[in-house]
Design a protein around this ligand. Structure first.
Ligand code: DX5
Ligand code: ZN
Length: 214
């Protein structure tokens, strides 16, 4: 599978979002990673479906939406309506994960399932047939600019092995502390979607930085 770069908007200049999205597309980045935090599931608050809706008409980027919320169920239709292409929920959010994943697909989005660093990957194996992507968090969710946790690469490797064994075609995304060096570790373990915030948006030249990740 080709490597896909997903630029985490959290590290962009939020006062100039439309310029930042244009800069991202011009750098050859395919996906925009949109971190939705509710101040409950994680202690930070970011932006929600209304921001996705506002950005949709001005950008052709693939909207990779990462929901860090305690009650995803009632938000799923709002992100579908807003124009998210991928909606990733957390295994730790609870509720009916299988029903949520099925509903995401039913509404025409791709379905993702995320695990925090301390959640064992085996706990989500039963949901794999309902997922288009698994997001292995490589930092504790909540903030950008943290360091990649190397031990999470083992989770990527185990998941990749499991999917290959069962003949499941799965995108595997890593999120947190990705730079040219840690991208190499994540790709070697089997990840094919790399989220990067700080590394891309703080780079002098985003295109050079994105190419370095690939
Ligand atoms: C953290 C978010 C990440 C974050 C990544 O909770 O899920 O997407 O923005 O930022 P960097 O690349 O700076 O670690
Ligand atoms: Zn994220």
């Amino acid at each position: 599978m080709d490597v896909i770069i997903s630029a985490s908007m959290l590290a962009s200049d939020l006062a100039r979002l439309s310029d930042e999205l244009e800069r991202t597309a011009n750098a050859g980045v395919e996906w925009l990673h949109i971190d939705v935090m509710d101040g409950v599931f994680v202690d930070n608050i970011t932006y929600g479906n209304n921001v996705v809706k506002a950005l949709r008409p001005i950008s052709g980027l693939f909207f990779d939406t990462h929901l860090m919320v305690s009650d995803p169920t009632r938000l799923i239709p709002r992100f579908a309506e807003a124009g998210s292409d991928m909606l990733t929920i957390h295994a730790e959010s609870g509720g009916d994960t299988a029903a949520n994943l099925a509903e995401i697909r039913r509404l025409g989005m791709r379905a993702g399932l995320a695990v925090k660093p301390n959640t064992p990957t085996e706990s989500i194996y039963r949901y794999l047939p309902l997922c288009d992507m698994v997001l292995i968090m490589t930092v504790e969710p909540g903030y950008g600019g943290q360091s990649f946790r190397t031990e999470c690469a083992e989770k990527v490797r185990a998941l990749k092995e499991r999917c290959d064994r069962d003949g499941i075609k799965m995108q595997i995304e890593v999120d947190g502390g990705i730079n040219a060096e840690t991208a190499r570790i994540a790709k070697a373990a089997g990840a094919n979607v790399l989220v990067a915030g700080t590394y891309l948006f703080r780079a002098q030249d985003m295109k050079i930085a994105a190419d370095a990740l690939r």
